[in-house]
Write a protein that binds this ligand. Structure first.
Ligand code: GDP
Ligand code: GDP
Length: 458
C-alpha cells in the first residue's frame, strides 16, 4: 500500500505535461526598458526590486491576463555589466535559456539610442532559433518622436514601436503577441479554460527543511483527488492541482521545493530567490517556518519584502510537534512578536508529521484570496471616511490640518484605496496607520494586503 502510494507520488512528480500557459520571453540589452515593459504588461507597479542582491540577474516571471490568450511572461532581468565580465556573453546565455522555454520572443531594443551591435548579434541568434520573434522598439514616447527607430528595419524583423514608460502602443503589442500565439496553436478559450482549471494557485515558500515538501505531500493525501500535474511557467517546475471539497488548488513549482541544493553556502540565497519567483507565479504565498529554528534575518527580510510587494500571504509555523506542551504559548508569542510588521497576515501553527491544523490551510487561502478581491461601494467608502475623521481628527502639522475630500477604491488584489486630500504632505504616518486600520475594520479586510494612497486635489 505504502509502496503503491509512493510510486503514485513519484509518478505525479515526474510526469511533466505541456505548460498550461504559453510563455513569452523579453530579451535585450540592459536599460532598453525590459523591466518597465514587464511591469506594464503584468500591470504591477513593481517587479522584484533591487535591494536583494542577485535578484536583477535572475529571470523573473509574471502572468499577463489582459490579453486574449493569457501567457506567462519571463523577463531575463537587468543584466549588470561589470569590468571583468563579458556581458555580451551573459546576455547570450540568458537569451538561450529564455528562448528554450518560450513559444514567442520579444526582442526589446532602445529606440532612442538606435541600433547597437549587440542587438544585431542577438537578432542573428534568434533567427537561428526559428521561434517567432517580435522586435519591440521601446522608448518611442510619442507619435512625433520616432527617434532612431527606423534603423531597426535593418534587422529584417516584424517590429512595433512602443513606449513602455508611457503605455504607448501597448494594446497593439498585446494584439501582435496574441496573433503570434494563435499561430503557434494557442487558442484563447482553451488556454483560459485550462488556466481556470487550476483553481487557486498557492506557492509554498521558505527555507530548506522547514517542511514545505512534507506539507505539500500531506495536502496531496490519499483522500484528495489529484486533478493534474503539468509543467509550470519555469522550465523545470511542476504545478500540481488537487481538488478538495469541490474546489481546485494548484501548488506551483513543487519540483522546486523538492529539489535540494547541495551548495550549503548558497542555500539561503537560493531559497529566497526561489521563494520570490514562486510567489510571483501564485496567487497566495504560503511561507513555511520551522518552529524550532525560529525566525532568521533572511525570513524577516523575505516577509518584509512580500509585505511591501502586497503579496497575499499566509505564514505557517511548522513542526509544532517538536515543541513541548508547556512551551507552546511562549513560542506563539515569540512568533507574533517577531512578525508584528504584518499583523494582518494569518498565522497557522502546524505539524506536517501529525497533520495538526493543516486542514485549515486551504479554506484560509480561499478566504484570503476572496478578501483580496473585495469591492467596496461608494456609499460605504464615504461613510467610512466621514466616521474615521469625526472619531479622530487629523493632527495639525505646520499649523495646518489635512482636509479630506473623498475616498475611492482604485483596484483589487490588493484592495487599493485613494484618499483625496488638500495636501498629502499634511498626513502623518501615524494617521495613515489609523486610517488603514479603520478601512480594515469597516471593510472586513482582516488578512489581505491593502494599499492606501493620498492624492492632492489641486
Ligand atoms: P531593463 O534593464 O531593460 O530592464 O530596463 P529598465 O526597464 O530598467 O529601463 C531602463 C531605463 O529606461 C529606466 O530609466 C526607464 O525609466 C527607462 N525607460 C523604460 N521604458 C521607457 C520608455 O518607454 N521611454 C523612456 N523615455 N524611457 C524608458
Ligand atoms: P522542505 O525542504 O521545506 O521541503 O522540508 P521537508 O518537507 O523536506 O522537511 C525537512 C525535514 O523536516 C524532513 O526530515 C521532514 O521529515 C521533517 N519535518 C517536516 N515537517 C515536520 C513536522 O511537522 N514535524 C517534524 N517533527 N518534522 C518535520
Amino acid at each position: 500500500m505504502l509502496l503503491a502510494r509512493l510510486l503514485f507520488k513519484l509518478f505525479i512528480y515526474s510526469s511533466i505535461t505541456k505548460a498550461m500557459l504559453p510563455t513569452i520571453a523579453l530579451i535585450g540589452r540592459p536599460n532598453v526598458g525590459k523591466s518597465t515593459l514587464f511591469n506594464r504588461l503584468i500591470r504591477q507597479q513593481k517587479a522584484l526590486t533591487h535591494d536583494l542582491p542577485g535578484v536583477t540577474r535572475d529571470r523573473i516571471y509574471g502572468v499577463v491576463r489582459q490579453s486574449d490568450v493569457p501567457f506567462a511572461l519571463v523577463d531575463t532581468g537587468g543584466l549588470v555589466m561589470d569590468e571583468d565580465q563579458n556581458f555580451e556573453q551573459e546576455i547570450m546565455q540568458q537569451a538561450q535559456e529564455a528562448i528554450a522555454e518560450s513559444q514567442v520572443i520579444m526582442l526589446v531594443v532602445d529606440g532612442k539610442n538606435g541600433l547597437n551591435p549587440v542587438d544585431e548579434q542577438v537578432a542573428r541568434d534568434l533567427r537561428e532559433s526559428h521561434k517567432p520573434v517580435l522586435l519591440v522598439v521601446n522608448k518611442i514616447d510619442g507619435y512625433e518622436k520616432e527617434g532612431n527607430a527606423s534603423e531597426f528595419h535593418a534587422l529584417g524583423m516584424d517590429m512595433l514601436n512602443v513606449s513602455a514608460a508611457h503605455g504607448h502602443n501597448i494594446p497593439a503589442l498585446l494584439d501582435r503577441l496574441n496573433e503570434l500565439l494563435e499561430k503557434e496553436g494557442y487558442d484563447a478559450e482553451t488556454v483560459k479554460e485550462d488556466d481556470d482549471a487550476t483553481g487557486l494557485r498557492l506557492a509554498l515558500i521558505g527555507r530548506p527543511n522547514a517542511g514545505k515538501s512534507s506539507i505539500c505531500n500531506r495536502m496531496l493525501g490519499e483522500d484528495r483527488m489529484i486533478v493534474s500535474d503539468r509543467a509550470g511557467t519555469t522550465r523545470d517546475s511542476v504545478d500540481v492541482t488537487v481538488e478538495v471539497d469541490k474546489k481546485r488548488y494548484t501548488f506551483v513549482d513543487t519540483a522546486g521545493i523538492r529539489r535540494k541544493s547541495k551548495i550549503s553556502e548558497n542555500l539561503e540565497h537560493f531559497s529566497v530567490l526561489r521563494s520570490l519567483k514562486a510567489s510571483k507565479n501564485a496567487q497566495v504565498a504560503v511561507l513555511v517556518l520551522d518552529a524550532v529554528e525560529g525566525l532568521t534575518m533572511q525570513d524577516k527580510k523575505l516577509v518584509s519584502f512580500l509585505d511591501r510587494e502586497k503579496t497575499p500571504l499566509i505564514i505557517i509555523v511548522n513542526k509544532m510537534d517538536l515543541i513541548p506542551k508547556g512551551k507552546v504559548d511562549q513560542l506563539k508569542k515569540y512568533f507574533y512578536d517577531q512578525l508584528r510588521i504584518c499583523p494582518h497576515v494569518p498565522k497557522l501553527f502546524t505539524s506536517a508529521l501529525s497533520g495538526q491544523n493543516l486542514r485549515h490551510l486551504l479554506p484560509l487561502a480561499q478566504k484570503l484570496w476572496k478578501e483580496c478581491q473585495i469591492r467596496v461601494t461608494t456609499g460605504i467608502l464615504n461613510r467610512t471616511l466621514k466616521d474615521a475623521i469625526t472619531r479622530h481628527q487629523p493632527p495639525i502639522m505646520k499649523h495646518r490640518r489635512a482636509k479630506f475630500y473623498y475616498l475611492t477604491q482604485a483596484g483589487i488584489t490588493p484592495p487599493t484605496f485613494v484618499f483625496f486630500v488638500n495636501d498629502p504632505e499634511l498626513v502623518r504616518d501615524s494617521y495613515v496607520r489609523y486610517l488603514e486600520n479603520q478601512l480594515r475594520k469597516s471593510f472586513g479586510l482582516k488578512m489581505a494586503p491593502m494599499a492606501v494612497h493620498f492624492r492632492g486635489s489641486h
